[in-house]
Design a protein around this ligand. Structure first.
Ligand SMILES: C[S@@+](CC[C@H](N)C(=O)[O-])C[C@H]1O[C@@H](n2cnc3c(N)ncnc32)[C@H](O)[C@@H]1O
Length: 365
């Protein structure tokens, strides 16, 4: 355990040197989430922001799945340095999620894996979560999606996303959905399920910035679990809706999650969490992603090497081709030198008397 509390940068400085110097994901690999990610973020050209990236390989895997524009931030400078060294082909920035250095509406997607969980451990969790959510909302494009992966319950995460915090208003999400995900690393990692919440920023906002329509919050109850998430959900069998409507009446109930036909590979284990890929599918996907990561790294290294060589060439003094002697130049033109006879000596000059110079007028004593 490092210095300071879990909610301090000092803690993370120590953590990334002592406890986990190697890449580590607090949840699970992007590979296990890939069918869901492709469903939530169908447009791979969307710019993605990963907040509180830590030393997880998730972004590199996401990049290997085809998402080319990923910006990663963490307020721990040390881990950002480690990530830059490990995956220099991605963008890593030191930044605080509560004060993002990005323009409004820049990102199509924001991923938060464990950042909110960490903010819950700050001295004033409500205020800090409120600031981070407000900043994330600001940086999201209209229609953009916030994807939260958390150790906490769906209700807790949804409450944070929709809370009014101090002077900050609740963010007007158009839609908020949640799903329980089964941990494929269970029981080696003693957490059976995680919470996934997706919040969509309204496309149309009113004059106050508030969504014209009330946000619809659909949280499938835990006990109902996977069977429905995987495709067997019956409309109207008891999801909770913040609008007070029954789930059956909620038009967005199946707007994004779960969408059975698109998520055909979701499994339905008995413990109530969704498993996106079977073990064999995950292995196959992992092989492909690892290949792609290796290829991405190699092509980036090659491009860097080419750029370095070009730069060096520009800096080196222009090397002149070796000079040919006159005889070589002539020989190249099939000409040859012929000896020149010595010149006759110059005629001797005769000395004559030098006339005396007359003094100019006005000079002399
Ligand atoms: C629980 S770890 C999760 C790491 C990674 N996302 C993962 O899934 O493995 C939380 C991370 O959030 C970072 N963090 C904490 N507070 C932050 C803040 N205010 N702004 C940016 N990053 C923060 C920490 O430095 C740490 O790397």
């Amino acid at each position: 355990m490092g210095r300071g509390g879990y909610g301090t940068v000092e803690f993370w400085d120590d953590y990334y040197i002592v406890d986990r110097p190697e890449p580590y994901d607090w949840f699970f690999s992007c590979i296990h989430l890939s069918p869901l990610v492709q469903e939530i973020v169908p447009d791979k050209s969307d710019e993605v922001l990963m907040v509180g990236c830590g030393n997880s390989p998730f972004s590199e895997e996401l990049h290997a799945l085809g998402y080319q524009r990923i910006v990663n931030i963490d307020n721990c400078a040390l881990v950002i340095g480690q990530q830059r060294a490990r995956a220099p082909h991605l963008c890593w920035e030191v930044a605080d999620a509560r004060c993002l250095p990005f323009a409004d509406s820049r990102f199509g997607v924001v991923f938060d894996k464990g950042l909110l969980d960490n903010l819950y451990c700050y001295r004033d969790p409500e205020e800090n979560c409120g600031q981070a959510i407000a900043e994330i909302w600001r940086a999201l494009a209209p229609g953009g999606r916030l994807v939260v992966l958390s150790f906490h319950t769906e209700e807790e995460v949804v409450a944070s996303l929709t809370a009014v915090s101090g002077a900050l208003p609740a963010q007007p999400w158009a839609e908020v959905m949640a799903l329980r995900l089964r941990n494929p690393r269970f029981p080696e990692v003693l957490v059976a399920c995680y919470t996934l919440v997706v919040a969509i920023k309204a496309v149309e906002t009113g004059p106050t910035g508030a969504s014209e329509e009330a946000a619809t919050v659909c949280v499938p109850p835990k006990e109902r679990g996977v069977a429905e998430a995987a495709g067997g959900a019956n409309e109207g069998d008891g999801g909770s809706c913040s609008t007070g409507e029954e789930t059956a009446a909620c038009p967005k109930r199946h707007g994004l999650l779960p969408r059975p036909e698109a998520l055909s590979s979701l499994r339905s284990p008995e413990d109530g969490g969704v498993l996106c890929l079977s073990a064999s599918e995950a292995l196959e996907m992992q092989r492909r992603v690892e290949e792609r990561i290796a290829a991405n790294r190699a092509s980036f290294a090659a491009r860097q090497e080419a750029a370095r060589t070009q730069q060096q060439r520009r800096q080196e003094p222009q090397q002149q081709p070796p000079r040919q002697s006159l005889a070589e130049q002539l020989a190249a033109r099939r000409l040859s030198l012929r000896p020149v006879p010595p010149l006759p000596p110059p005629p001797l000059l005769e000395w004559g008397a030098i006339p005396e110079a007359s003094e100019p007028e006005g000079y002399g004593p």
